[in-house]
Design a protein around this ligand. Sequence first.
Ligand code: SF4
Length: 237
Amino acid sequence: MTKKKPLCSYCGRKVCFHGDLTNTPEFCPSREYAALLEEKKETLRAPDNIKMAQDVARTWKEYGKLTRVEETLEYARLQGHKKIGLAFCVGLSEEARLFTNVLMNAGFDVASVCCMCGALSADDVNLPEDDKIIPGFRQPMCNPIGQAAILDAEGCDLHVLLGLCVGDDTLFIKHAKAPVTVLAVKDRVLAHNPLGALYTAKHIYTRINTRPPKDTATKVSGNKVAGDKVFGDSEKK
Ligand code: SF4
């Protein structure tokens, strides 16, 4: 039998949160992928993963009290990391300076690498002139693979991403050898708070469409609670 595609984003029940899977919607991955999840639970319990998972849970002891900066310090401390690799965007240089102070003041060794390391330009990736911001001019180019390589070469235990562009973060994570966490992502328009676009969707809905796609209505029909969520505020506009 074909599996239903998981659509947790349309689930209004979230019964998994309470550990009770008796009343899941039909698109629930806990139900449809039960065997795979059982297998992956064992992966999570493997020696190289279980301590990481436990330490994440330990940071929850201060639930709702710690900022992400503090949670990052706490997680790194619990993991026993000594040297943090900070990969930051040139546009967030001031934030990188402050966060380096925070890390060093908390007793961590730090290596930090700016996205402009190696002084690349768009010509290094053969970007056509017409695709540049200003054709004919040098366009600086981020170097996420270089950042990852240097921070790995420095022997960093944990890499922290600060404001890398969409896609540059993907390349960094793809190529880094040490584990990676994200302190902040870049949103040049919304003060690096990309969720602001969703929180203000009612006002900028002409630019981003948060209404449920038409065919989704059929796919999730029968899941009344999810339907309430799906066809909530955004549809009343
Ligand atoms: S669909 Fe299932 S796994 Fe997803 S949120 Fe709902 S209950 Fe949880």
